[in-house]
Design a protein around this ligand. Structure first.
Ligand code: FAD
Ligand code: NAI
Length: 324
């Protein structure tokens, strides 16, 4: 049986791996050149930065087992940051015993290794699904046709899934209900390391949500690279603010939050995530129209975390295989 999976983020990869293990012929499609979706790394003149997923946790036993396997293969590593919390009262250490993991030596190392054996059509944006007697045809933005495939899994953020689901109005309606919130992520290369007792902080005041010394993660070599992430509310109010201005504002917020003067900045790069995280928690797991051979997964069907995406992809594959 042939299956096309649209979206090579963690949900699509997870679904594709399950189906391949079950002996199905799977192909992945992604509009980007690389893989990993929001589990993304940005290569810059000052080294690589994680501009999406910062780290992940593993709570479900099946995901824990997968993470242990990835760790044994050297694709992920444990990250033990000196964690702080920053709020109106100031900074305070906020260490805990939560196990946190990162892709090594960058987040996308995980997606690259995971899909090594799965055919990937990269830089291929699917704009339409057409059902024919022989199965599904995928039409891309260059009007090229792919397929037919007997089954299709859509594994994109909810707003990008809606136009692909016109053949299944119930699925399209569910995806249309699932609102997603934006976020800005700024990479900063300082001229010298910050002399601080913290590697990362959850920020609960001002425009920042999270700040992190990228170089504190295993395998990263530059000792002065930071990632700053905005709150969804600040991003929503600054969707069209020029990237340089976003970087300047979030750097000023960092200096405020840390109550310190920052070293000279060599480099900034700001990335706007239009669909960074689901606004609400859903319990769908995955969505399915088995009579149409059409399935949908993504973090927005389960939980807005890497683990949620993996679980949702696994669920879509299990429903397709008739095991759920
Ligand atoms: P995505 O990763 O978005 O994958 C969907 C893929 O579909 C993308 O690659 C996209 O290019 C592709 N696509 C979309 N439309 C089309 C189309 N028409 N044709 C072809 N391809 C298409 N989670 C954590 O657990 N810990 C964190 O610390 C964390 N931090 C985060 C920080 C940021 C800034 C962001 C944005 C997210 C963060 N998350 C974090 C959330 C985590 O990244 C997501 O939950 C997870 O990566 C979602 O995976 P997914 O496969 O559902 O979607
Ligand atoms: P987790 O258990 O480390 O964090 C969950 C939340 O608990 C944190 O956001 C924070 O509010 C709080 N928290 C955890 N440990 C803390 C500590 N030591 N001190 C103070 N507060 C603490 O990780 P989990 O559950 O895997 O969540 C993933 C992370 O991904 C979260 O931080 C979430 O905000 C982030 N995320 C960010 C997105 C973005 O667009 N910026 C999108 C989706 C998730």
């Amino acid at each position: 049986m042939s299956v096309a999976v649209i979206g090579a983020g963690m949900a699509g990869i997870s679904a594709a791996l399950q189906l391949q293990e079950a002996g199905l012929a799977v192909e992945l499609f992604d509009k980007s050149r690389g893989t990993g979706g929001r589990m993304s790394s940005k290569r810059t003149e000052q080294g690589e930065f994680d501009i999406g997923t910062q780290y992940f946790t593993a709570r479900h036993s099946a995901f824990r087992a997968a993470v242990e396997d990835w760790q044994a293969r050297g694709w992920v590593a444990r990250w033990q940051p000196r964690l702080y919390r920053i709020d109106e009262q100031g900074l305070r250490a906020s260490e805990d015993d939560q196990q946190r993991y990162v892709g090594a030596p960058r987040m996308t190392a995980l997606s690259r290794n995971l899909i090594a054996d799965i055919p990937l059509h990269s830089a291929t944006r699917i704009v339409e699904l057409q059902r024919s007697e022989d199965g599904w045809l995928l039409i891309d933005s260059e009007a090229d046709h792919h397929g037919p495939y007997q089954q299709v899994i859509v594994a994109t953020p909810a707003p990008q899934a809606v136009p692909l689901l016109s053949a299944a109005p119930a699925l399209a309606n569910a995806a249309a209900q699932a609102q997603m919130e934006p976020g800005w992520a700024v990479c900063v290369g300082f001229a010298e390391p910050l002399t601080l007792a913290l590697d990362a902080a959850f920020v609960r005041c001002g425009p920042l949500d999270w700040v992190c010394a990228n170089h504190s993660k295993p395998g990263r070599d530059s000792a002065a690279n930071w990632v700053l992430q905005s709150t969804p509310a600040w991003a929503a109010a600054n969707l069209d603010t020029p990237p340089q201005e976003v970087a300047a504002q979030l750097l000023a917020a960092l200096a405020d939050a840390l109550q310190t003067e920052l070293p000279e900045v060599h480099f900034t790069h700001a990335h706007r995530w239009l669909y960074a995280r689901p606004a609400d928690h859903q319990q769908w797991g995955a969505l399915a129209a088995p009579e149409l051979d059409l399935y949908v997964c993504g973090d927005w069907c389960q939980a807005g975390r890497l683990e949620g995406a993996w679980l949702s992809g696994r669920e879509a594959a299990q429903v397709l295989l008739g095991r759920s």
